[in-house]
Design a protein around this ligand. Structure first.
Ligand code: ARG
Length: 413
């Protein structure tokens, strides 16, 4: 009799490989592995073959880079979503997409369950499980690492006993997750927040100390908040991000060292490399200063924070997200234009911006030549602007005899 099927999120690493056997042994499931290409830069065909050799009934690999950029990365960029003002959310954006594609595959193959290799103390388990629960409440969710309590050595032993190919036996220094939008580095020496991240932690960026002495100028064009061209050349999103990762990395741009508040209540020390994300957020935010009104810009900062939190906290597939996205789409209508960024020894600095919808009106701002600003009107405006503080001072501070009650100033009448 054919067995029920589980779809396993498969990375090709030790844990998820052990899981292929474990799910058969302990749960009596046939295993179909699923691996999404989110631009992590690994040999996915090799991973697929490894899944089959390890005993998977089928192994599915899917290029999801364009989906990732168009439906996850660009919306997050347009929203200005950066968790705790530091983390551009690469991993957090990838999880709901992987989970959604697993649900699709589960439907196609009539699977009864989905499984992943997340631990019990991270955010990723939440992002996977909440997405599964929301999109497919009937599927059983299995997270073996949360339950099996194997140490790394025990997992290696299990793998060897079952003839599962184990590639890395040596102690892994860090725990890494990466995709197009960034690389996350955790654990090992980084667990001490006082210790500077060692150079071995980094793979995408050179040390700013070793970066070129020549600055490099790049231009990014945006249309309604979305990046569309680099240095004047139209480029699809995936290529644009890959190019920016390379250029930024060459100049040591995009290293982030973050003491992060996880959803599950712990603080953790997270190091990231995200050259493209850092450059794009920097440039995008700058273009907004030129094209959004003062109020729109202010309100957007609150939306950005909520947006970042909901991504981080695994609520991508939620009505609240729909609501915020509708605001962002409206808010970005005129965020069209070009930004010039200087890459130099670990920094990405915006040095120029222009837009056909720029609210910067030179004739209003200028101190020379033709000036459209109404200087007469300023006088009347200031009379009214200051009216409330003038009234309050007269009717309270002075009338009460207490004088101007401000800290650090001596009383005066
Ligand atoms: N702390 C980051 C986040 O919660 C990165 C997680 C990286 N995940 C991993 N399995 N190494 O999004």
């Amino acid at each position: 009799m054919a067995r029920d099927v589980v779809i396993l999120a498969y990375s090709g690493g030790l844990d998820t490989s052990v899981m292929v056997r474990w799910l058969q042994e302990k749960y009596n499931y046939d295993v179909i592995t699923f691996t999404a290409d989110l631009g992590q830069g690994e040999d996915l065909e090799a991973i697929r073959q490894k899944a089959l050799r390890t005993g998977a009934k089928d192994a599915v690999v899917m290029d999801a880079k364009n989906l990732f950029v168009d439906y996850f990365i660009w919306p997050a960029l347009m929203a200005g979503a950066v968790y705790e003002n530091r983390y551009p959310l690469a991993t957090a954006l990838g999880r709901p997409l992987i989970a959604k594609l697993m649900v699709d595959l589960a439907r196609e193959r009539g699977a009864k369950a989905v499984a992943h290799g997340c631990t019990g103390k991270g955010n990723d388990q939440v992002r996977f499980d909440v997405t599964f629960q929301t999109l497919a409440p009937d599927l059983q969710i299995i997270a073996p690492v949360r339950d099996w309590k194997m140490t790394r050595d025990q997992a290696i032993e299990y793998a060897e006993k079952h003839g599962i190919p184990v590639e890395v036996k040596r102690e892994k220094l860090f725990s890494i997750d990466q995709n197009l939008f960034g690389r996350s580095i955790e654990a090992g020496p980084l667990e001490d927040p006082w210790v500077e991240p060692p150079e071995e932690a980094f793979a995408w960026t050179v040390s700013p100390l070793k970066a070129s002495d020549e600055p490099e100028y790049i231009t990014i064009d945006f249309e309604q908040g979305r990046p569309v061209a680099l240095n004047g050349q139209a480029m699809d999103g995936v290529a644009l991000i890959q190019t920016l990762n390379r250029l930024g990395g060459k100049h040591g741009v995009g290293r982030i060292d973050h003491i992060e508040n996880r959803l599950v209540g712990i603080k953790s020390r997270e190091v990231y490399e995200a050259p493209a994300a850092v450059i794009l957020h920097e440039a995008h935010r700058d273009l907004e200063t030129l094209t959004l009104s003062k109020q729109a810009q202010r309100f957007k900062t609150f939306v950005s924070q909520e947006y970042a939190d909901l991504i981080y906290n695994g609520l991508w597939f939620s009505a609240f997200h729909q609501d915020l996205a509708a605001f962002v789409a409206s808010n970005q209508r005129y965020v069209t234009g070009s930004v010039r960024v200087k890459l130099y020894k670990g920094t990405a600095t915006v040095v120029g911006r222009k837009s056909e919808y720029s609210l910067y009106h030179r004739s209003l701002a200028t101190y020379e030549g033709k000036d459209l600003f109404d200087h007469e009107a300023a006088k009347g405006f200031i009379r009214l602007w200051g009216l409330q503080t003038q009234t309050q001072a007269q009717l309270q501070w002075l009338k009460s005899g207490r004088g101007f009650e401000l800290p650090g100033l001596t009383r005066s009448q």
